[in-house]
Design a protein around this ligand. Structure first.
Ligand SMILES: *[C@@H]1O[C@H](CO)[C@@H](O)[C@H](O)[C@H]1NC(C)=O
Length: 208
């Protein structure tokens, strides 16, 4: 008898089954650390589990000559609560996704067209980078600074998947030079000189 009870408790404790099959994001509702609250099941439709935007090339006519088309919980309500999401990455011939982190997710990138040089920096400050060709995939562990840039002479296309419905994004250069972080404090905390800080603020739209 005890054995049977033990077996059952083991079965139940090792099961990760949720009370709910899904929790489609209620985009009108509040958002918290676990994501959006759930849409009423009666209002859920097949469209909540489909995102049709990844077949369309992003507009790379911008400073970084790159575009990211997200299919995160805000665009793709069906992934809310599932710990997964995707995005499309377009890189023009000289496009770059500057050093950035996703605080909430690890990432896997698959190159579908062209060549992409991608890499990340570990917390031991070891740099891991590689030139990827079509069909190659690379993973970027959660929270680490990483980058992707076009290393071929023609447009590149990749799809990325994340281990979160909302991976978050912080781009290092934008955090430093695209806001009102006082130049004096940037110089003291980065050891960059004033001319370099002012130059990058002018390019990225920073003030102060
Ligand atoms: C791409 O973005 C640029 C700059 O914002 C804009 O001028 C251009 O019209 C856009 N192209 C398309 C096809 O939307």
């Amino acid at each position: 008898m005890l054995h049977i009870i033990f077996l059952f408790s083991l079965l139940f404790s090792s099961s990760h089954a949720s009370v709910l099959d899904f929790c489609v994001a209620d985009l009108m509702g509040p958002i918290g650390p676990a994501g959006y609250s759930c849409k009423k099941p009666a209002k859920v439709t097949a469209d909540d589990f489909v995102f049709s935007g990844l077949g369309i090339a992003g507009n790379t006519s911008n400073l970084i000559k790159a575009a990211v088309t997200p299919a995160f919980d805000a665009q793709f309500p069906g992934v809310n609560g599932l710990g997964i999401s995707m995005a499309r990455l377009d890189l023009a011939a000289d496009g770059v996704i500057p050093l950035h982190t996703h605080p909430g997710a690890s990432e896997v990138l698959v190159v579908v067209q062209g060549s992409i040089c991608a890499g990340f920096i570990s917390s031991a400050n070891t740099v891991y980078f590689k030139s990827l060709k079509t069909g190659d995939i690379m993973t970027f562990p959660q929270g680490l600074l990483h980058f992707q840039l076009n290393s071929g002479g023609s447009p590149a296309l990749a799809f990325v998947s994340f281990s979160s419905a909302n991976p978050g994004l912080q781009i290092l250069d934008f955090a430093l030079f695209a806001n009102d972080f006082p130049s004096e404090l940037i110089e003291k905390t980065t050891f960059l000189d004033d001319a370099q800080v002012k130059k990058l603020k002018a390019v990225l739209g920073g003030t102060g």
